[in-house]
Each structure stands twice: as C-alpha cells, then as structure tokens.
Write a new protein. Structure first.
Length: 639
C-alpha cells in the first residue's frame, strides 16, 4: 500500500510506538519554536531540565506582547534573548514579525518535524513541514532532545480540484471546511491536501489553510512540497532546503473530502466561533465599525499587496477604522520597495508593527458592541479586548473590500477581483535581524527581572481526592475563557501566582476567591473543553489554585496534553447525561488510585449517589499525573 505524506514523515521520525490510529507514537523533533507569551514559561521549564538545545533548530520569537508598558515585558524579552543565547537557540526580537510568518519564510523545511508552543504552528505545513502546536513543556522537552508523543492521527485527504476564481481566496477554503466539519471536526486527524487543485494555490494561500486547520482541532495540516514550494524557497534564498514531498499515487486515507475550488465564494465566520460560517452576501447591509488585516493567518506579501491595490486612490469611510499589521519586516520591506505602503496610508489605514497586535488584544479593540471584520483565525467572545465586540473572520481581500464600503456588501457588486500575487523575483533578506547563538555561549549569563518567577514544585496525586465542584461550565469552553488574553494579563505569563488571579475571571468573577476558600476543587465542563490556543497557563493557573481534576464530556487535544503535563486528571463522563447531576458546590470523592488507562470508576457524591467517569489516558500519562506533572516525572527519571 502506498504512503501518505503524513505517514512518510512520521515513519522517518518514529522513535517509539506503532502507526495505528489512536496508539501513542513518539516522534523525533527537528525544529521547535516558541513565542514570548508561552515561551518564557517554556524556557523556565527548559532551564529546570538543564542542558543545551539539541534540536537542529530552535527559535524564540517575540511577537505577542510587544507593548513594553512598564518593566515586565522588556524584562521578559531580555530574559528570552539571554536564555536563547546561552542555550543555543535563535532569537527573533520584538517587531521582526509574527512567529509563524517568520518561520515559514526563514526556517521551516519540507519533511521536517516542528513543534511550537503556539497552536498555529501548523502554518509551516504550507510548505510540507509536519508542524504541530504543543504545550510549552512539550516544547522544552523536545529542545532537550526528548521525543514528542501524540496519539497516531487518522489521515484525512482533502482532495482539491479546480482553481479559485474571483474574490475567493485560500481563507475561503478553510472557512468552507470549518463550516462543514465544525471546530471539533479535526480532533485526532491530520488534514493532508492533495489533488490537481493544489498546484493552483500559492504557498501563502496554503499556509493560511494549514494555519487555520488548528480551528478544526486537527493535529496538523500539510500540503505537498512541489514546484511552487521550490519556487517559494528559492525566492527566500533557501532553495537548498527544498525536497520534493508527495503522497504515493496509491496512498490510502482514513477519510477523503473533495472540494472543487472553483465553486467557492467569499465566506465569513460570524461571532463568536470560527465555524459559524456563511456567505458574505448573506450579511449585506450590516454596518462595520472596524477592519483589522494581519495575524499569522493573513499577513503575507500577497494579502497586503492586494489590500493596497484594493484601497488605492480611495478613502475608507470615517466611521470605519482600518488596522493593518504586516506579518514580517520582510513583507514590510517588499511593500515599501514597491510603493504599496503609501496607498494604505492615504486610504486612512493605520499601519501597525509587524506583530500579533490586535489578534492577541494588544490594542485595536473595537468600540462597544462594535462589528469588527478581521483576517485572523479566532473570534471568541471577548478576545478582541471588547467583551461585547462582534468579530467576523474573512480573507484579507474580502476585509479590504468591505473596509471601503464600511458595511457588508454583496461580492457581486465588488467589481473585478485583484490579481493573484506572486512573490517578486528578488525578495530582500531579513536574516541579519535574527540573533544567532554565539560561540562563547557558556560564558554568557541569563538576565532575569523581578517578573520572572521560578516554577513552583507541585505535589503528587493523592490516592483519594476529597474535593468540590468549584466551577461548572458549558460546551466549547476555550482557553480564552479559562485565561483571557490582553496586555495586562499576558505580561504576567512568567509569574504564575500573579496570573492565576485571572483564571476564569471573565466567566465567573468569584471563582478564584471561591477555590481559594475551598482549598482546591474540580471543574465540570461540557464538550470540547479547552479548545483554542496552546497556552499552558490555562492548565498551570488552575493547578496553582488547587484544581486536581476536570470532569467533562470531551476535551481539546492540546489542552488535554497540558492538563496531563501539570498533573490535572482529565476525566470523561462515561454517560454525558450525568453532566446534569454534577452541580457547582457538590462535594465529591474521586478514587484516583483505582484509575487505570481507559477504565471506568465511580465518583461518589456527598449525597451518596455515584457518577461513572472514564479516561483516555495512556499508562505513561497516568504516571505523569500521579507524579504531580511532567517536570516531576522527568526529575524522578533523572534521579
Ligand atoms: Fe499571534 Fe494571533 Fe497568530 S496571537 S501567533 S497572530 S493567532
């Protein structure tokens, strides 16, 4: 039987396990990336393990919290620069660009494995890298040379035919899939793109699609490395990194989805979920207060060149704000060289720094109840920084066109679509802006400011947990619900005691006071608990507050891994109907010592009733939880 691209890469990097869907496999990791919001913690964890970076390449990016208001962020950035130099990693200073855009342009390689402490790491799948989002601790361990463990995914072939026409873009391909499959549709799966339609998609379009595969809950998404990939890498001055990568003609897949690209039209995801997808035309007439173009999803040269072309010699209405964040200084340099910045400025746009910016709530919040059309990948409630903001997700071309109208309009009235952009023959390099590790690393010291608080040591899991339901939440709870984004909170990511006071703060203001008074507790949730970002603080913070278990109907992949890594039991209701019987405030006894991989045990309620819970944990994961978390388990192994 022929092999898929996914099977070829996994087979080449397999250090343990069998490639049978659902079984755990251990993978050798070639590259890692971290960003500042999750990276400070990942690097503190790496320091706790000890040693130097052992991957082929590890890059520490600063792109999330670049505002540097007060000492905290600059201190974090200095820590990241000095710990990278000392440990043998590349450092990307604030303002150089967004980690995924930069990694795609400068470092990602077809056929390589990459994990990153950011859920949109699959962006690099656009050039054929097997790139996965992971918790910071998993990344720290990979940097130390340890394998990365995942359940062997199922492989879904997305068979593309035809070619995009008119205003339809790569973003519309992934919005179409999200509408079809929902935010849970990709759990445990890799989406591998193939078919004759692939050749018609540019690398930036492919990267937009793999980036937002994260919203499907997928393990990752990947495109073949073909002639277009070669051309992209050659223009980036990295032709030597190219290797052809295709699936065998007779490769078999667990599922096949066919999309005729020629049938797609501009789509938009409505508040507050990326899978609430409809046609742009269905919203015609709705006023738009703000448009934001950028993020790791849509901030490439082609997105912004089209934006500039659409806005040229026109002015956006005064009632609509337009914010533009280029993905990298490389993108910015080409735009400047080709005279494409001036039309943006003349149209009334605010051109921001090359960072995540408004995507992570660093400024650019919409007005109260304001409608914001964003080219980003997430539109969860409150993520924009305005709690009642109404965020819609669209392509850069759709967003730019809507900015001109100041309201949703029917694409049939938009006139000719902009050209499909290719990179210029000569792309200016920004390689000198990265800080490569020096030869005398041993002689360097790591500089820590007062915001860098060393990790606390967690105790191991008791045999019996006497506890209380400290919080009950519903379905699709995101990591933004568990720990909100925003400048004030993100600045505390290297300080767990300080950041923990914000846990569930936008869901239930009393939660922190209550769990402190209870001396710990459990959280009860519905389906897809913990979807969204890879932020391990959404597990670390609850652990600091004494959460020892979550009891839910189902869990998102990365958050589940983070719970395990920090010693929190992820328990699944054996009968989802029992969700109604677990009320906030109920006393519980969890027989932790009787939990074995995949078994079912009864939790006893204070009322005397029982509720059956099961788990999908491996023996190794259970050992980690029983040790009090992965760092404890690694230390136990070392000693
Ligand atoms: Fe940054 Fe937003 Fe992407 S926070 S990494 S631009 S999802």
């Amino acid at each position: 039987m022929g092999k898929s691209i996914t099977h070829k890469i996994i087979e080449k990097h397999l250090v343990s396990g069998e490639m049978i869907p659902g079984r755990e496999v251990g993978l050798r990791i070639d590259q890692t990336l971290t960003q500042d919001a999750t990276g400070t913690m990942a690097w503190l964890q790496f320091e706790a393990i000890g040693g130097r970076v052992r991957t082929d390449l590890s890059v520490s990016y600063v792109d999330h919290n670049t505002l540097q208001m007060g000492f905290r962020n600059p201190d974090d950035h200095r820590y990241l620069r000095t710990v990278a130099a000392k440990s043998g990693a590349v450092f990307s200073p604030a303002g150089t660009g967004i980690c995924h855009q930069l990694h795609l342009e400068n470092f990602a390689k077809p056929g390589a494995t990459l994990i990153g402490s950011d859920s949109h790491t699959p962006t690099a799948g656009g050039i054929g890298s097997m790139a996965m989002g992971a918790g910071g601790l998993s990344v720290a361990l990979a940097m130390a040379g340890e394998p990365y463990f995942i359940p062997m995914p199922k492989v879904v072939k997305v068979h593309l035919t035809g070619a995009l026409t008119g205003w339809a873009q790569g973003k519309d391909v992934i919005l179409h899939l999200l509408g079809l499959l929902t935010v849970k549709g990709g759990v445990g799966k890799v989406f591998e793109y193939g078919g004759p339609g692939v050749a018609s998609l540019s690398v930036p379009d492919r990267a937009t699609i793999t980036n937002m595969g994260a919203e499907l809950g997928a393990t990752t998404s990947i495109f073949p490395a073909d002639a277009r990939t070669r051309e992209f890498l050659e223009k980036m001055g990295r032709g030597a990194d190219f290797r052809e990568l295709t699936a065998d003609p007779d490769a078999e897949y667990d599922e096949v989805i066919t999309i005729d690209l020629g049938t797609l039209e501009p789509l938009v995801a409505q508040p507050h979920m990326p899978d609430r997808v409809c046609r742009v035309s269905e919203l015609a007439g709705k006023a738009i207060d703000q448009v934001a173009i950028g993020s790791c999803t849509n901030s490439s040269y082609s997105d912004l060149k089209n934006t500039s072309q659409i806005l040229a010699r026109r002015r956006i209405p005064p009632s609509t704000d337009l914010l533009i964040s280029p993905g990298s200084k490389q993108v910015m340099k080409i735009l400047a060289r080709e005279g494409l910045i001036e039309p943006l400025l003349d149209a009334g746009a605010r051109v921001l720094e090359c960072t995540c910016g408004p995507c992570i709530g660093m400024g650019g919040s919409p007005v109260s109840a304001g409608v914001s059309v964003r080219t980003f990948n997430r539109n969860f409630e409150g993520r924009s920084g305005t709690q009642d903001g109404q965020v819609y997700l669209a392509s850069a071309q759709t967003a730019a066109r809507l900015a001109l109208d100041g309201k949703f309009t029917d694409p049939a009235t938009w006139g000719d679509a902009p050209e499909r952009v290719e990179l210029p023959a000569e792309v200016p390099s920004i390689r000198d802006l990265f800080v490569f590790p020096p030869d005398n690393a041993e002689a360097l010291s790591i500089v820590r400011g007062p915001n860098i608080v060393a990790l606390e040591e967690f105790d191991d899991l008791p045999g019996t947990i006497e506890t209380t339901v400290a919080l009950k939440v519903g379905d699709n709870i995101t990591t933004d619900h568990i720990l909100p984004a925003g400048a004030e909170i993100t600045a505390l990511r290297s300080n767990i005691p300080a950041i923990s006071q914000y846990i569930f703060s936008r869901v239930d203001k009393e939660f922190v006071a209550r769990i402190r008074e209870l001396g710990g507790g459990v959280v009860v949730g519905g389906e897809n608990y913990g979807q969204g970002s890879s932020r391990e603080h959404a597990a670390l913070g609850p652990r600091h507050l004494g959460v020892r278990a979550v009891i839910v109907k189902s869990l998102a992949r990365i958050h589940r891994a983070n719970l395990v890594n920090f010693g929190i039991l992820p328990l699944l209701l054996a009968d989802p109907g029992d969700y109604d019987r677990l009320q906030q405030g109920a006393g519980l006894t969890i027989p932790a010592e009787r939990i074995t991989p995949g078994n079912t045990v009864d939790i006893r309620l204070a009322s005397g009733e029982t509720v059956a819970v099961t788990n999908d944990l491996t023996k190794k994961e259970l050992d980690i939880i029983q040790a009090g978390g992965l760092l404890n388990a690694v230390r136990n192994n070392q000693s």
